[in-house]
Design a protein around this ligand. Sequence first.
Ligand code: 1CP
Length: 329
Amino acid sequence: MRQAGRVLPEYREIRKKFDLLSITRNSDLAAEVTLQPVNKFDLDAAIIFADIVTPLHGIGVELDIVEGVGPVIANPVNSYVDLNILREIEPNEDVPYILDSLSRVRESLPSNKALIGFAGAPFTLATYLIEGGPSRNYSKTKSLMYSDPKLWHELMIRLSRIIASYLRSQVTAGADIVQIFDSWVGWLSPSDYSKYVKPYIEKIIQDISDIDTPVIYFGTGTSTLLRLIKDTGVDVVGVDWRIPLDEAWATLGYDVAVQGNLDPAALLGPFSVIESKTKSIIECTNGRPGHIFNLGHGFIPNTPLESIEFLVDLLRQSGAKSMQPTSQR
Ligand code: 1CP
């Protein structure tokens, strides 16, 4: 998850000197920042430090990640000509620093801790490309999707190809598992998801099926989309806090793993609230294997560090088992 503002003081120190894109392009710094939360809280997995727009930046799309805002695109997409900015990606040449960061992190991570590579999903990346930045209702995206389905298809196909190559290269460089972030897909109805998004998730899953690496798919507000998401063939479905985990899992079926789903805002409340909400999530799993505990979205800035420590201790006491990297399964 984008750790919304990243709460660690040691990260904030580095950010005082370097902007986000500079950190991602400097493998020493990116590896250090990736490992900080794992070392501090003894977490079971590390997620590589990058952003969902990193591969777009790598192929030359002009963009910036603006403090307190998010990714801002210089020339938003609204015509066929604009699609020319989305050429195929050559990861070794376009994003060598990400691959280098992954190899370094994998080398220094203990073997019982997993390294997660990631990419934005085509829909969520398309929202930034079309809207030009963060949006409240994705109206430009939906307008393009409905009024020019051929252009939408061309955009989604190009993004899917970029994402599949990018994920594949991350696994070659050392990622044990990959996560696809479709953070804003919950703004779509089930029928729009089926028509305008699902085929492209299926294409990505199919394109990388030969590398035999588990794929996590995460979105927010996806309660009504769960069955369709499962049909795409992903291995793990990340859910946000809006739906009880047992309800989500029953809807998905127990032949798929789930990840989630503590409300990040719970960590702003007293320990008693963190404890009751966490226990209720664990009860929802009913002791079944196949649950990865996680927040339902990224940390909220200024989340107290003691609350994160309290949560991790609570999970350890509850008997939550550590993950094993693929190579050891
Ligand atoms: O230092 C900062 O400026 C803090 C904010 C930040 C961070 C930590 C941004 C701006 N990007 C990142 C890195 C990042 N982004 C990671 C690395 C994980 C980590 O170590 O924290 C990851 C996995 C992401 C993924 C990402 N970026 C998503 C998908 C997951 C999610 O949280 O929903 C999304 C939607 C983005 C876009 C983005 N980048 C940054 C912001 C503020 C946003 C959201 C803008 C919006 O609201 O539309």
